[in-house]
Design a protein around this ligand. Structure first.
Ligand SMILES: Cc1cc2nc3c(=O)[nH]c(=O)nc-3n(C[C@H](O)[C@H](O)[C@H](O)COP(=O)(O)OP(=O)(O)OC[C@H]3O[C@@H](n4cnc5c(N)ncnc54)[C@H](O)[C@@H]3O)c2cc1C
Length: 418
């Protein structure tokens, strides 16, 4: 008689959940992914598309802290808090503020680097498994500086990156203009990222990985997980809004910014905030850029995609369910027109979008087993880098679930670290 396959149920069909699903299927699991929206239509839909292994600094570091007061006073600045939400977000923010202490910052940097240094090889693996290699544009991005002083002010950050082999070579003004003729003529200089590659469409990436998963026998369930239940040291069932009870053998929680609700029901209290970001995608933008561009004066990125030019970024703390503030999307156009003066005006063809980054206070994701239940694994909290870390997370979770040794020490990503 043929032995039946082990089963894995995954909550969340974003870039994290689907990457876990693809790897678990390859390890011989019978995989079911549950999501209330179609695959890739959560936060993974409209991000900046950046595959950014060079991002090793904490999201809240001393450089950010210096700019914070100015940002907070400006309601349309790169970082905003809806004051009603402050009491709930405060413990998270106080923890995040600790990142500026040198010893804490150092361990975060090492935790980010350990993941990031595996990103490109893990992308190659999953892209080969799912036939998606043509979606990754391996052209490095550029960071722009208005003045030499602004360039010098980031030297400390570049020095840290160099320790991890990330060489952010300076680009002189004349070379900048040759590389990107449509940027404003008065930028003083730039740097290469080493590396900031981009996907030509992050939603297509998740959709195409899902096609492979389903073609190979995986199951997609469109439903809402209302609750998760455990008995003793095992998770035993989920309750779905439409389908009712669903028994589980092994569970992966990859529900993005909503994962804390499920984790709590399974006995793990975690710190998670929705760090809400916005995008504008402008078809026929009137300008052409050849790579992702960022500008040191603001938070966000300009990425050429198959659907137009995407302007994405900003960070808003307002709670997961608060309505979007579309002015925060529009501000991206006002900001980035300084970089691309030929950018055409906004009209109805421009798409506006808001996504909820699942943010942790230390900018590190939760990747690993439950500290309470023997058949539950967590894969969420990837904040600003979920697309970048998705394939690596999928590999690590599948290795953990089959008991293979990992090439990364996983302690920094423990679910019970706070
Ligand atoms: C403006 C912006 C720009 C960004 N740019 C980049 C970038 O350039 N590079 C990068 O690496 N990252 C970027 N990110 C971050 C990245 O998009 C996220 O980290 C990533 O998408 C998180 O993936 P996820 O799978 O955890 O979450 P999601 O994609 O949100 O997936 C979680 C899924 O779980 C489902 N779900 C939740 N609860 C339930 C439930 N109870 N029942 C059923 N389904 C449920 C949701 O519907 C959702 O589909 C950006 C984010 C934003 C907002």
């Amino acid at each position: 008689m043929k032995a039946s396959k082990p089963q894995a149920t995954i909550i969340g069909a974003g870039c994290i959940g689907i990457s876990c699903a693809v790897h678990l299927q390859a390890e011989g699991f019978d995989v079911t992914v549950i999501d209330r929206v179609p695959p890739g239509e959560g936060c993974s839909f409209g991000n900046a598309g950046g595959v950014v292994p060079s991002s090793v600094l904490p999201d809240f570091h001393s450089g950010v802290l210096r700019k914070l007061p100015g940002w907070l006073l400006d309601p349309l600045g790169p970082l905003s808090i809806r004051w009603r939400h402050l009491p709930k977000a405060l413990p998270w923010m106080l923890k995040a503020a600790r990142n500026t202490m040198p010893s804490v910052a150092r361990s975060i940097i090492e935790g980010k680097a350990a993941l990031s240094l595996r990103v490109l090889s893990d992308f190659d693996i999953i892209m080969q498994m799912t036939g998606t290699a043509n979606l990754l544009n391996k052209v490095d991005g550029i960071r722009l500086f208005d003045t030499e002083e602004q360039f010098a002010s980031e030297e400390g950050e570049r020095r840290i990156r160099r320790e991890f082999g990330i060489d952010q070579r300076k680009i002189a003004a004349a070379e900048l203009r040759e590389l990107e003729p449509e940027i404003a003529p008065d930028f003083a200089c730039g740097t290469w990222y080493d590396v900031w590659y981009h996907l030509t469409n992050p939603a297509t990436f998740v959709a195409r990985m899902t096609e492979t998963l389903v073609r190979n026998g995986g199951t997609l369930v469109r439903d809402d997980v209302v609750s998760a239940h455990h008995d003793g040291n095992r998770a035993v069932k989920l309750v779905l809004r439409e389908a009712g009870e669903l028994g589980i053998e092994n569970l992966v929680v990859a529900a993005g910014a909503y994962s804390d609700l499920i984790a709590r029901q399974l006995g793990s209290k975690v710190m998670l905030e929705a760090e809400r970001g916005y995008h504008l995608t402008i078809p026929n933008p009137g300008v052409q850029i050849n790579r992702t561009l960022t500008w040191a004066a603001c938070h966000g990125a300009m990425t050429p995609m198959d659907v137009g030019l995407r302007l994405a970024g900003t960070d808003e703390f307002a709670g997961v369910d608060a309505p979007p503030n579309w002015n925060r999307a529009t501000i991206l156009w006002q900001t980035f027109r300084r970089v691309l003066p030929g950018l055409r005006p906004l009209d109805d063809s421009v798409s506006k979008w808001m996504g909820r980054r699942p943010g942790t206070p230390d900018s590190l994701p939760y990747i690993g087993p439950s500290a309470k239940l023997t058949n539950v694994w967590y894969a969420f909290g990837h904040g600003h880098l979920g697309l970048t870390w998705g394939p690596t997370t999928g590999r690590l979770i599948s290795e953990l679930m089959v008991g293979k040794p990992s090439n990364i020490a996983l302690a920094p990503y423990r679910i019970d670290r706070f």
